[in-house]
Write a protein that binds this ligand. Structure first.
Ligand code: VGL
Ligand code: ZN
Length: 218
């Protein structure tokens, strides 16, 4: 049995949940533009159920939402001659070129859990010049409001899950740890883009002191 984030008294009040990019475009359920394997109806239902159960216990919930303009740097369509999943250098870093996804106001940019579940939904990736895997900041180091939102809610530890393990979940969990939050990553409520990068991501998170747990510990 993995460690529970809620084992010590008072933990419910100081533990927050971050549901990462749980959006149609990352799921096979919604035939998303960047559908991640294993994101069928049973998976989506399970994530929603666990999330609503946490809500009913009084836990504070946050969501991140990938929210790109049409001319976003991460879309292969904005780079003539490039194919999906090609890589280029952007601002000195490797950028994977994705199919256009989570375009602002498009149906599949919507979060698959009712918005009123969350204390705040933090949008990211809105600057066309920078990608933003992390819910805390973009590649240009511009912060989102997530840190302030967590601190304002007196959160000291976070439970993180969603999509995708090897990109936005990893970046968000690592940034949470770097900012001093105790982090619990719920492995079975996450899905990754690729097997190898997903295994690497879990290893890297573990090395940074993140607790890798399963949902039965919640
Ligand atoms: C993500 C690729 C591009 C994610 C977002 O949510 O993991 N991956 N944009
Ligand atoms: Zn994106």
């Amino acid at each position: 049995m993995s460690p529970s984030p809620f084992s010590d008294p008072g933990a419910l009040a100081t533990t927050g949940v971050i549901v990462v990019d749980f959006q149609g475009d990352f799921t096979t359920l919604k035939q998303g533009a960047l559908a991640v394997d294993g994101t069928d109806e049973p998976y989506v239902k399970e994530v929603e159920q666990v999330t609503l159960r946490l809500k009913s216990r009084g836990v504070t919930l946050f969501a991140t939402q990938d929210w790109h303009p049409e001319d976003h740097v991460s879309f292969f369509t904005n780079h003539p001659g490039k194919q999906p999943f090609d890589t280029i250098e952007v601002h000195g870093e490797t950028q994977v070129l994705w199919p256009p996804h989570c375009v602002q106001e498009s149906g599949n940019a919507g979060i698959l859990i009712p918005a009123d579940t969350f204390t705040a939904i933090v949008k990211k990736g809105t600057d066309p010049r920078f990608d933003s895997y992390s819910g805390f900041k973009d590649q240009g180091n511009t912060p989102t409001e997530l840190t302030q939102r967590l601190r304002a809610a007196n959160i000291t530890r976070v439970v993180v899950y969603g999509l995708a393990t090897d990109y936005c979940v990893k970046a968000t969990a690592l940034d949470a740890a770097e900012r001093g939050f105790e982090v619990f990553l719920v492995e079975d409520l996450c899905r990754g883009v690729a097997k190898e990068t997903t295994l690497d991501a879990l290893e890297e998170m573990k090395q940074q002191g993140i607790h890798i747990i399963t949902s039965n510990a919640l």
